[in-house]
Ligand binder design. Structure first.
Ligand SMILES: [Zn+2]
Length: 172
């Protein structure tokens, strides 16, 4: 089991981590150095849903796997502070709809209900990532590999899109 942000001990650990230059440097090292298609891309570990997964450090409650957070939440905390982060139990990629994106200006605080409503709309968007045949995690892995190899992730993106939709593909 890994610890998430929810307990008091992990909130205190997260608060300390957001001020720790070594942790911040480790976070930044997992981000692709250049913007691609307007987004800032995570190239580190991934969750099952294709979000960045960031190991903050040893677990404050001493579980074996350590203290892990969703990467873009850590980035949001760096940009806007831990209080803003804790007021946002859910952060939506409202600008880019790109789960790997770490640009805090592309994120908006959301609720589970709002996000479910958005998801229902986005699922039907032609060429959108929710229609990718590889699933969220498979798509994210393929894009991460392209970025690590210095390839254009746009072609990798297209590979998962059903043929009939490919001609109508939006940028992301
Ligand atoms: Zn973005």
């Amino acid at each position: 089991m890994s610890t998430t942000e929810s307990s008091d001990a992990s909130r205190a650990a997260l608060r300390a981590a957001l001020r720790d230059p070594d942790v911040i440097a480790r976070y930044r090292a997992k981000i692709h150095p250049e913007k691609v298609n307007g987004c800032t891309w995570w190239v580190g570990a991934l969750t099952a849903k294709g979000h960045g997964r960031f190991w903050v450090g040893p677990d404050p409650t001493r579980s074996r796997a350590g203290f892990v957070v969703i990467a873009h939440r850590f980035g949001y905390g760096l940009a806007y502070g831990i209080d803003a982060l804790q007021r946002a139990p859910l952060l939506a990629h409202a600008v880019c709809d790109n789960p790997m994106c770490q640009d805090p200006t592309h994120l908006r605080p959301s609720t589970i209900a709002e996000n479910s409503g958005d998801w229902a709309i986005r699922r039907h968007r032609l060429g959108g990532h929710l229609r990718d045949r590889r699933g969220a995690r498979g798509r994210a892995e393929a894009i991460r590999q392209a970025l690590r190899d210095g390839l254009d992730p746009y072609e990798v993106l297209q590979a998962g899109i059903p043929d009939v939709e490919r001609d109508q593909l939006p940028l992301w």
